[in-house]
Design a protein around this ligand. Sequence first.
Ligand code: BES
Ligand code: MN
Ligand code: ZN
Length: 492
Amino acid sequence: MEPNPIATPELELLESVETLPECDVLVIPIVEETELSGVAAQVNEQQGGWIARGLETGTIPAKRGEMALVPSPVAGGPAAILTVGLGDPDLLDRGPTFDLGATILRKLIDQPRSHVVIALGDAIAADRRDAFVAGAISGCEVQSIYATEPTTNPPDRLSFVGIDEASLTRGKIVGESVNLTRRLVNEPPNVIYPETFAEAAVDMAHETGLAVEVWDQRKLAAEGCRAILAVGGGSAHPPRLVILRHHGAGDDDPTVAIVGKGVTFDSGGLSIKPSEGMFDMKCDMAGAATVVGVMRAVALLKLPINVIGVCGLAENMISGDAYRLGDVIETRSGVTVEIHNTDAEGRVVLADTLDVALQHRPVAIVDLATLTGACMVALGRDTVGLMTNDSTLCDQIAESAQTEGEWAWELPMFSFFDEQVKSKVADIKNVGDGRWGGATTAAKFLERFVAGTPWVHIDIAGPAFAESPKPHRDAGATGVMVRTLLRWLQGE
Ligand code: BES
Ligand code: MN
Ligand code: ZN
């Protein structure tokens, strides 16, 4: 069984539209509600004025976000023109600009079009053009990857007018990296399990020049990763741990670590989930997939920093070898954990994964995990939860999220929550007292494994995987936080 390939339209830059290119669709901006200017005015003239007339009569809408796809009545040049209402382009931040790029492509992938020319560059502020390109690429990826007749048709060639080379390059790298994360998450759990996830990470590393290391179950045992092995114990697919390394700065320069929860399927284990709650649980490796997507972009953007990405990979299943309620596990760090609920497995996997990251002496750790339903109850489906032991670092992440237009909100880490993860038998237990404050008690558990290193935990349980589509993206995996982390790593 082969999935439909990830769309990789060939991208190119066009100087101008002075002579209208032969293409399937030419996309032009409608900036003012009454009058045409710039590229749109030029195209209108070449097209004999029908665009201006349409604007006057209202057959071509001008409001922000409104579009009209009209076959060109003029022979030669574009076969059709897509007008895109931009409103005041200065009001479009990076997030909405990314979404706009995606929405335009989603409108055009309903049928095969070999060449699409997008002449919006001039109408988009210079510091947002890369976000537009990234969005356009992300608009090509859908969740129906195993439909034997593809449901969508990404264009073979995408040309941009009015966009500089640097924006095109960054946009392409980021868009494709977001799509890699989404693809890994959308792949079903019979295709992506710890071993195959690790293979995908290795392939990516070889393509991008990252150093990569995979720990199989024997190495995990030798390294004392008993918590990861416990969670994966019930599965026919044994656990893995992946370390990706980008050495963009000197040996003496600091390293930052990004760490991902990679539970390739979460049945809940013996504390089994009901079917409704289990169905989407292929998404439970989204944290690890985010690490892979971010590391890909870090390598291709050649960021002048040292970054390691660590993915803890296990499948949470049931068998005679499954871990039990009441089990006590001595984690790699030596902290002992009593298992109260095998469905609180993510924090158990991360306990060892964070400890492996610590070995590389990072100055900062960011972990990503589809960790708790409680975070979704607190913040809804579209907002990630931030929890930290270092408010300066957390503010940086929150600011990067704001810049990229991804929704993030900090949840408290008050010290009284520490009481709630204490165990009567071991050092800590893997649930809080009851269900209240569940996102924070999970974070409090994780905090025990970062040894005071500045750390931000990002709970992506809500936003990583969408139940329904939006104009700018399909349902399924979203690739949330790839853009935010790249912004933060770039230090802008
Ligand atoms: N993977 C789930 C959390 C989750 C829920 C992610 C919904 C995405 C969508 C996690 O492993 C889990 O099961 N958490 C439990 C913890 C509880 C047993 C303390 C939860 O949130 O119910
Ligand atoms: Mn679980
Ligand atoms: Zn889980």
